[in-house]
Write a protein that binds this ligand. Structure first.
Ligand code: NAI
Length: 356
């Protein structure tokens, strides 16, 4: 099936974990909130059936506020630091409790500077476009998500977009390395430096400098509004390239890309750091369908396939990916509701297992 082996994340940065005494690999598992439990259980069940040599280490990441700072429980931090790798379900951001987003806290705590978001058409699931094949790399630690907001006077607030040379260079270099190692010939830097002259201007300037180290890779620059238009009207424009961009643009454009192939239930991602990587679906905790057995576990499962390739367990990743894509292609009775199907999370999971 042509859509296989697409979710590779094995570029710059190495998996630094080692097998345990049983010759298997310990992986930290954050099941997450909302639909997290249902989709994580589906992944665990499929891994058991596929005999993947992974021992899950489930951890609780319910945050606490220490001196006004959102803090991850120590056992979870220790587990991730020890295993160097984690699979994570979605985490809801508590509203009005004084917490910062737990997702942001995790990314900052472990220095997960690049968020790799591939998006490829699923053969057998018809959408307006049959041949979407995009790779978007989102800066993951700063930009519009720095969490620096003030009330200047009542009715006037200020939110600071932080762009640093260090974080920009790191993610842009990662994008060039990704392009090089996956055979993509061009890096497109998406920005809005026409308006945010200093912040996005610095991001663009960093890209111009880094590009000099990669003469074999073309570099181009596009305004975010223009990229949105082109992505929605002809996504094939981006088939052979890697897009790299500041945080907020990556968040929005990756959901747009998901929509092109069938929705959030299908798109995986990897949060890449120097020492630790955490793989997760692009979607959130979907509170509207949580606990109803309706969630599609595909995005988390494909994120886990990115993870397996990062760990050089490619054969297992190929086998699982083939089974999930075959299941989706085998008709609406085998697909979940988000893909216009009638299957429950558990019957979809069983179908994947029977296709392994
Ligand atoms: P969402 O992604 O949870 O849901 C958007 C829509 O997509 C909903 O209609 C939902 O039912 C559907 N959907 C999402 N994943 C699905 C799946 N696997 N199968 C079937 N349908 C699916 O976005 P929303 O509602 O904006 O956020 C809910 C919560 O999730 C918020 O607290 C937000 O902060 C958090 N969130 C967490 C993320 C993470 O942990 N990485 C990412 C995005 C949001």
């Amino acid at each position: 099936m042509s859509a296989q082996r697409q979710y590779s994340s094995k570029v710059a940065g190495q998996y630094l974990g080692t097998p345990n005494a049983n010759g298997r690999y310990n992986v930290t598992l954050i099941k997450g909130d909302g639909i997290g439990e249902e989709i994580s259980n589906a992944v665990v069940k499929i891994y058991e059936a596929a005999k993947v040599p992974v021992d899950w280490e489930p951890v609780d990441v319910t945050p606490s506020l220490i001196n006004g700072v959102t803090t991850i429980p120590k056992p979870a931090v220790d587990s991730i630091n020890k295993n160097k790798i984690a699979l994570k379900g979605p985490l809801a951001t508590p509203i009005g409790k004084g917490h910062q987003s737990m997702n942001l806290t995790l990314r900052r705590t472990f220095g997960l500077f690049a968020n790799v978001r591939p998006c490829k058409s699923v053969v057998g699931y018809k959408t307006p476009y049959d041949n979407v094949d995009t790779v978007l790399i989102r800066e993951n630690t700063e930009g519009e998500y720095s969490g620096i907001e003030h009330i200047i006077v009542p009715g006037v607030v200020q939110s600071i977009k932080l762009i640093t040379k260090k974080a920009s260079e790191r993610v842009i270099r990662y994008a060039f390395e990704h392009a090089k190692s996956t055979g993509r010939h061009e890096v497109i830097v998406v920005h809005k430096a026409s308006i945010m002259k200093l912040s996005d201007g610095l991001f663009v300037q960093c890209a111009k400098e880094i590009a000099k180290d990669y003469p074999e890779i073309k570099v181009s620059f596009e305004l975010i509004d223009n990229t949105s238009l082109k992505l929605a009207s002809d996504p094939t424009t981006y088939s052979k390239v890697v897009m790299v961009m500041p945080n907020l643009y990556g968040d929005i454009l990756s959901d747009l890309s998901s929509g092109l192939i069938g929705g959030l239930g299908l798109t995986p991602s990897g949060n890449m750091g120097e020492k630790v990587c955490i793989f997760e679906a692009v979607h959130g905790s979907a509170p509207d369908i949580a606990g109803k057995g309706l969630a599609n576990p595909t995005a988390l499962l494909l994120s886990s396939c990115m993870m397996l390739r990062h760990m050089s367990l490619n054969d297992y990743a190929d086998r699982i990916e083939t089974a999930v894509l075959k299941t989706i292609a085998s008709g609406p009775e085998h697909r979940t509701g988000d893909l216009r199907g009638t299957a429950s999370t558990s019957s979809f999971t069983d179908s994947i297992i029977s296709n392994l």
